[in-house]
Design a binder for this molecule. Structure first.
Ligand SMILES: Cc1cc2nc3c(=O)[nH]c(=O)nc-3n(C[C@H](O)[C@H](O)[C@H](O)COP(=O)(O)OP(=O)(O)OC[C@H]3O[C@@H](n4cnc5c(N)ncnc54)[C@H](O)[C@@H]3O)c2cc1C
Length: 369
């Protein structure tokens, strides 16, 4: 989120310092999965429209940045396969297919929620797990998280208006005096965008009077990377929280756990082993695949589950940019653009859903008993 904000600041010619406690990619964004999963096409809303527009525009954003940096972000609109083990799930899927025809449109482009008897690719999902067929959606995509961060980082390394400061931790913010206190000394600012992942919540809590609970919490996730001899163009598999995401060079990411309570944020355990076992049953071609890496990170989950973006109602020079929870990668470029334009007092060419605003999240926790 922070890297994208800096990219937009550079494009708009805004003098910017991007402060990172450790090194870029240290947080949840430096993981393995990179699935770009659309929301279900039913019950259409301004949030779903925002995500659709973001997912489609990301492709052009990445193409442009790849051309400028000469690096690959490992992006591919590979689609998504969802096995349907029961007849009633097929009926529901047929309804979603009609919803997608109505809503999954972007200019001339159309995306589909096909309901199929057989998978469009062979030797991927075990067909015995899909007795009632498959959903194949053509909107879902994937990106390689670390390669993607490298693209953003390289673009910023050559920036004229943005300076990068790694190894400086913001300890507190005093937005009304325009001061950030860090372990490396104070930084004066006109506007500050806070994009510190889940660590944004305690900083925002501190500055929010009259709240009855925290603005958000970290949710731990575990994932693994396998080395398998599979085609990198295969669709992502999704079923009941299990993601199998093929990447370039035969790498396949498997995730993710979702843990509200945890002792060690960075360790992996038997829950990841269970996911890997489920993945090997779902995609038998992964049976002998070597585990290259096990990884865990903390997602930023805002109190209302939606992203948390925009000026603090009591401290307008502080702009939040966090709360992407499980879908940050597909939204970050658009959320960051809205945050930067708000910080600069410039109109935005698209509207943020109201429930994404920091003000909306604050009103939720102020009314809670
Ligand atoms: C296992 C797992 C799988 C996931 N899979 C997907 C997926 O497939 N698709 C998807 O879209 N999302 C996925 N997510 C969620 C996604 O990774 C997060 O929502 C996203 O990375 C959050 O980005 P962020 O920039 O808000 O936070 P982060 O990436 O955590 O970045 C915050 C940065 O701020 C820095 N920082 C923190 N505090 C301070 C401070 N006080 N001063 C200075 N710097 C500070 C940190 O070091 C960090 O680098 C997954 C998450 C997990 C854990």
């Amino acid at each position: 989120m922070g890297l994208w904000a800096a990219v937009h600041a550079e494009r708009l010619g805004i003098q910017t310092l991007l402060v990172e406690a450790s090194h870029f990619g240290q947080g949840a964004s430096g993981g393995l999965l990179g699935a770009l999963m659309p929301h279900m096409p039913d019950k259409w809303s301004d949030k779903k429209q925002f995500q659709l527009d973001a997912l489609v525009s990301l492709e052009d954003e990445i193409t442009a940045l790849e051309a400028m940096t000469g690096l690959s972000a490992g992006y591919r609109r590979a689609g998504r396969l969802i096995p349907l083990p029961r007849p009633h799930l097929r009926q529901i899927a047929l309804g979603h297919s009609r919803d997608a025809e109505a809503h999954w449109r972007h200019g001339e482009r159309r995306f589909h929620w096909h309901v199929l008897d057989a998978a469009p690719v062979e030797d991927w999902i075990d067909p015995s797990l899909a007795e009632s067929g498959f959903v194949y959606d053509t909107l879902a995509a994937r990106v390689a998280p670390r390669a993607f961060l490298d693209v953003l980082h390289k673009f910023l390394a050559g920036a004229r208006h943005v300076r990068l400061a790694e190894g400086a931790t913001v300890e507190s913010l005093d937005p009304d005096r325009g001061l950030a206190r860090t372990n490396e000394g104070d930084i004066a600012f006109g506007r500050a965008i806070l994009a510190a992942g889940h660590r944004s919540f305690p900083i925002l809590d501190e500055l929010t009077e009259g709240r009855k609970s925290s603005l958000g919490q970290p949710v731990k996730g575990q994932a693994a990377m396998l080395k398998a001899d599979v085609d990198s163009g295969l669709p992502v598999i999704f079923r009941d929280g299990l993601y199998i995401v093929p990447h370039e060079k035969g790498l396949v990411a498997v995730g993710s756990t979702s843990e509200n309570r945890f002792d060690d944020p960075m360790s992996t355990d038997g829950q990841l082993d269970d996911l890997l076992a489920a993945a090997r049953i779902m995609a038998p071609v992964l049976a002998g695949a070597e585990v290259m890496e096990r990884w865990a990170g903390l997602r930023p989950k805002a109190v209302d589950r939606d992203p948390m973006v925009g000026a603090h109602p009591d401290h307008p020079s502080l702009i939040a940019l966090t709360g992407g929870f499980k879908v940050s990668f597909g939204l970050a470029h658009r959320l960051a653009e809205a945050a930067v334009r708000e910080a600069a007092g410039m109109p935005c060419r698209f509207k943020l859903p109201l429930s994404f605003t920091l003000a909306s999240h604050i009103s939720v926790i102020s009314h809670k008993t």
